[in-house]
Ligand binder design. Structure first.
Ligand SMILES: [Zn+2]
Length: 286
């Protein structure tokens, strides 16, 4: 398939993109799409997305969650090394239009900035883009001002695949293709966090190519700068688990056959996301 164009985004003043919320900047031509993936990095699913993109020589933008990047920094590095653009998506995927974040600006800023610092730390010196997407696409007006002052661009979407609501890869493909038929172009929102999307992607890219769509890649003019105070906060979070370096099998041993009710909680290191408690399971995408 291959890339048709690369566009450089000057994030000065925090411009907003994506017609669902921001209608000023319309940089795509007819039949052009931008691929974006949220909520990673995540084992198996993110590498599967990277492979599908590499097979078609395509590039995309990934909006990563800070905590996920701390759990899987090697995948963040893999995404950047593959030539993708990596932006951020808060520290822990909180809805910033709700309280306490909607009223306590400082808490909302911390959620945004710890996400920035964590992803930047995971990137280990490679540039992260000053590109941000609000969780669940919930934009709080005062935060638009804040991001403007930080020169961080805000990305909504043109086509929300709503892939997090779907149970089969075919549904993801159908959702994207049918919405694109109506709009003809746009920034696509998907989730590399979700197995269905990772599985759908090879066939989806095949169908996009067959229908004459071309992919545009977004890169930033300047890299993200983080704020030392929040870098420190993320570093401190990491230190809390620094005693936990021995493998779990050495630390925790089953000593009886007493069977309890199975846990519904899924630890962060296990693969195969898309449980109902996962990020992005709220109303809108993102
Ligand atoms: Zn999200």
């Amino acid at each position: 398939m291959g890339l048709s164009r690369i566009v450089e985004i000057d994030t000065t003043g925090g411009p907003g993109f994506g017609f669902e919320h921001f209608k000023q900047y319309d940089f795509l031509r007819d039949k052009e799409i931008v691929l974006t993936f949220d909520d990673g990095p995540w084992p198996q699913n993110t590498p599967a997305v990277l492979k599908a993109l590499a097979d078609e020589c395509l590039k995309a933008t990934f909006f990563e969650i800070g905590q996920h990047a701390m759990w899987h920094p090697e995948i963040t590095k893999q995404v950047i090394e593959a030539g993708m653009t990596v932006g951020t998506h808060t520290w822990s995927h909180k809805d910033l239009a709700r309280n306490p974040y909607a009223t306590v600006l400082e808490q909302a800023e911390q959620e945004i900035e710890m996400g920035n610092s964590a992803v930047n730390m995971a990137a280990a010196g490679a540039p992260v883009a000053p590109f941000f997407r609000f969780p669940d696409l919930q934009h709080a007006p005062q935060l638009l001002t804040y991001l403007g002052e930080r020169n961080i661009a805000i990305f909504s979407t043109d086509i929300d695949s709503r892939d997090f609501k779907m149970h089969k890869p075919e549904q993801v493909i159908k959702s994207v293709m049918s919405q694109l038929e109506k709009r003809g172009k746009g920034i696509l929102l998907m989730h590399d966090f979700h197995k269905n999307t990772a599985e759908a992607l090879p066939e989806l890219l095949h169908q996009l190519k067959g229908s004459g769509y071309t992919v545009v890649h977004m890169v930033p003019r300047q890299p993200l700068t983080t704020i030392p105070k929040y870098d420190e906060m993320v570093t401190q979070r990491g230190k809390l688990s620094s005693n936990n370096t021995r493998p779990e099998t050495n630390v925790v041993r089953a000593i009886g056959a007493h069977v309890l009710e199975p846990w519904s909680f899924e630890p962060p290191s296990s693969a195969g996301a898309s449980k109902s408690s996962s990020p992005g399971s709220g109303g809108a995408g993102g």
